[in-house]
Design a binder for this molecule. Structure first.
Ligand SMILES: NC(=O)c1ccc[n+]([C@@H]2O[C@H](COP(=O)([O-])OP(=O)(O)OC[C@H]3O[C@@H](n4cnc5c(N)ncnc54)[C@H](OP(=O)(O)O)[C@@H]3O)[C@@H](O)[C@H]2O)c1
Length: 228
């Protein structure tokens, strides 16, 4: 069935691979969002069913900006909140800017994007992309306290949103990813070789986003072959 799908954090890594895969089905309409519009246009210009928009989650008016972007579409069937910001620093060296950056991109901006998207949703699936680092009881890593706590908040938001919308056809779930070979992983764990490529992870995310709302709501699912 043709769907309108919004992918936030689409310019590189997993988000780019998700858009590349979704675009193969010409019936879908995809809105690709991130800060780097030029890069997205260069990657996705070849797809007639992908529309790119600049969006910075680390700013004060995310909801209004998203409402403006979503004006052009009638409805949203799938929202993939994939954008992420990672800071890898010893705890006492974290600045206010580091903390706000992680929290704005990984949770506050996601909540505001979702506020704008909900107005366009009837029957929909929201997929939040978190990390195993934000999954309760998982192995933790030094230097990631800003990033992983903000990802834990994203897990919590998933449960709270699902509760508030449980009587509607809007379902939300959260995927806590393990290591995927992207530029973000290289920054966090230089030299580490992940067992999963962005393209392979995109296969799981796309299938999950298009189908899993039939079976689950408010679930937090680790998707990991390895630690980190
Ligand atoms: N790779 C891993 O091993 C791993 C593991 C666990 C979880 N994850 C999660 O998976 C998701 C994708 O990760 P990735 O490895 O593909 O990361 P990545 O290569 O760093 O890509 C992150 C994406 O988020 C966008 N983004 C960053 N800051 C933004 C902002 N202020 N506003 C809007 N968009 C922003 C970036 O686009 P612009 O720079 O153009 O804005 C980019 O498209 C993230 O949520 C990450 O936390 C990844």
């Amino acid at each position: 069935m043709p769907k309108t799908i919004v992918v936030v954090g689409a310019s590189r890594g997993i988000g780019k691979a998700v858009v590349d895969l979704l675009a193969q089905n010409a019936e879908h309409k995809i809105l690709a969002l991130s800060r780097n519009l030029e890069k997205m246009n260069a990657s996705f210009g070849k797809y007639p069913n992908v529309e790119c928009h600049a969006l910075d989650l680390n700013q004060s008016n995310v909801r209004a900006h998203c409402e403006e972007i979503f004006q052009t579409i009638d409805s949203i069937d799938v929202l993939i909140n994939n954008a992420g910001k990672l800071v890898n620093k010893p705890f006492t060296e974290l600045t206010r800017e580091d903390l706000e950056g992680c929290y704005n991109v990984n949770i506050i901006g996601v909540m505001e994007t979702t506020q704008a998207a909900v107005a366009k949703m009837k029957k929909a699936h929201i997929v939040n992309i978190s990390s195993v680092g934000g999954f309760q009881g998982s192995m933790k890593f030094p230097g990631l306290s800003a990033y992983s706590t903000s990802k834990a908040a994203l897990c919590s938001f998933t449960e709270l949103f699902a509760e508030e919308y449980k009587d509607t056809d809007i379902k939300t779930n959260c995927l806590c990813l393990g290591a995927v070979q992207t530029e973000m992983l290289e920054e966090a764990f230089p030299g580490y070789e992940a067992p999963v490529s962005p393209e392979k992870m995109a296969e799981y995310i796309v299938n999950f986003a298009l189908t899993a709302d039939q079976w689950m709501n408010g679930k937090i699912i680790p998707v990991s072959l390895s630690n980190p």
